[in-house]
Design a protein around this ligand. Structure first.
Ligand SMILES: Nc1ncnc2c1ncn2[C@@H]1O[C@H](COP(=O)(O)OP(=O)(O)OP(=O)(O)O)[C@@H](O)[C@H]1O
Length: 362
């Protein structure tokens, strides 16, 4: 059986601006596959290439074993696509838009569509121009799913959705996946990948860093511990020795406050923290930036990038790839217009209690 997605040696330059470089990726049919990376990493470029909306500079892209022609072609009837920014005809109502989109496909089950609209709490009677960002996103999700595609490609599906709708969306995605749909989606949110995906690819600066089962992500088994010690005291020396971090620094300007990336069994962590005179304590899952930092800090001697971030920000219109239609009746959805520095997680320290080698790099 051919892979649902096969990307080989994909490079895309927008004029002189780098989109992605020499990317190889395979997604098997039946997978939920997460594509994560900071702003400007190349996620949207990759996705738009898969749809034939962006022409590769070099390399090849196949969907279900066949090359994707420019513009996508009829084969894309098997694909559902949600662009990161949905832009629809503003004077159509949601209902009209969905009926219009349904007309592009040979078979659409109206009850399925009505059920999606209900589950996502979308009011389809209103004109699109009155929709909030979240409601436009919901409409885009229904449009992507309405023909029950074999492959669903979602570019940041949950951005702009409130937590309840996001949870409902994840439930829907799990259900369609169980019914056979392959899902490929991009996100900045590590937790989403954690909750949904079988495998994940990490991309940064246009280059693929790693493809791994979600359990093998660096930083996956770590916690972010933020603590404030009474009176701005420093972390006691014996803890420093025990935790193996020679010089944890307090958060700049906040004496006694530390933000630590800890690899430790929870029991051990709690026992170590118990004797401290704590004024405040949070223990949280690491974010995407922390995972990237972990790769850079404790990966195989890889350099500490210092900032854990990179700027996108190159929004110059590239030749031949301006904003394009992103599905039936969806002008816009261009890949430009974004970028800028991602938030950094500098200040995270790796504490090696669980494994003396701290070997998060896999
Ligand atoms: N039409 C374009 N013209 C010029 N440069 C572009 C264009 N589209 C994307 N780029 C550049 O290509 C790089 C990758 O952008 P892309 O939108 O693929 O990243 P991304 O990972 O989807 O980012 P984000 O998470 O911010 O959506 C960025 O440097 C971006 O500025």
């Amino acid at each position: 059986m051919p892979a649902a997605i096969a990307i080989r040696g994909l490079t895309k330059y927008y004029g002189r601006a780098r989109g992605v470089e020499d990317l190889d990726l395979e997604v098997e049919e039946g997978e939920i596959f997460g594509f994560i990376g900071p702003n400007g990493a190349g996620k949207t470029t990759t996705i738009r290439t898969l749809l034939g909306l962006v022409r590769p500079t070099s390399g090849s892209v196949q969907v279900f074993g066949r090359p994707v022609p420019p513009g996508g072609g009829p084969r894309l009837a098997e694909v559902g696509y949600l662009p990161s920014e949905v832009a629809y005809y503003p004077d159509m109502t949601g209902q009209e838009l969905l009926a219009y989109a349904a007309g592009f496909y040979p078979r659409v089950d109206r009850r399925w569509v009505a059920r999606l609209v209900e589950r996502l709490q979308l009011d389809p009677s209103r004109p699109v121009r009155t929709y909030s960002l979240g409601n436009r996103k919901k409409l885009g999700i229904v449009q992507a799913l309405l023909h029950q595609p074999r492959l669903l490609i979602l570019d940041e599906p949950s951005s702009g959705l409130d937590p309840l709708i996001r949870a409902e969306l994840f439930e829907i995605l799990r259900e369609v996946n169980a019914a056979g749909t392959t899902i490929f989606f991009s996100t900045h949110v590590l937790e989403e990948v954690d909750r949904l995906c079988h495998r994940v690819a990490m991309i940064r600066d246009g280059r693929l860093l790693q493809v791994a089962p979600v359990d093998d992500l660096p930083g996956r088994h770590m916690k972010i511990v933020t603590l404030r010690l009474a009176g701005g005291a420093p972390l006691p020396g014996d803890l420093l020795v025990r935790w193996g971090d020679p010089r944890p620094e307090p958060v700049p300007g906040k004496p006694g406050t530390y933000r630590l990336l800890v690899r430790a069994p929870v029991q051990e962590l709690v026992a170590a923290l118990a004797p401290l005179a704590l004024e405040d304590l949070t223990i949280a899952e690491p974010g995407l930036e922390d995972v990237f930092l972990t790769m850079y800090r404790v990966g195989d001697g890889a350099p500490d990038s210092g900032s854990g971030t990179q700027g996108g920000g190159d929004d110059a219109a590239g030749p031949g790839d301006g904003p394009q239609g992103s599905g039936p009746g969806t002008p816009g959805g261009g890949a430009g217009g974004r970028g800028g520095p991602a938030g950094t997680a500098s200040g995270g320290r790796v504490i090696r209690t669980g494994r003396p080698d701290g070997g998060a790099g896999r």
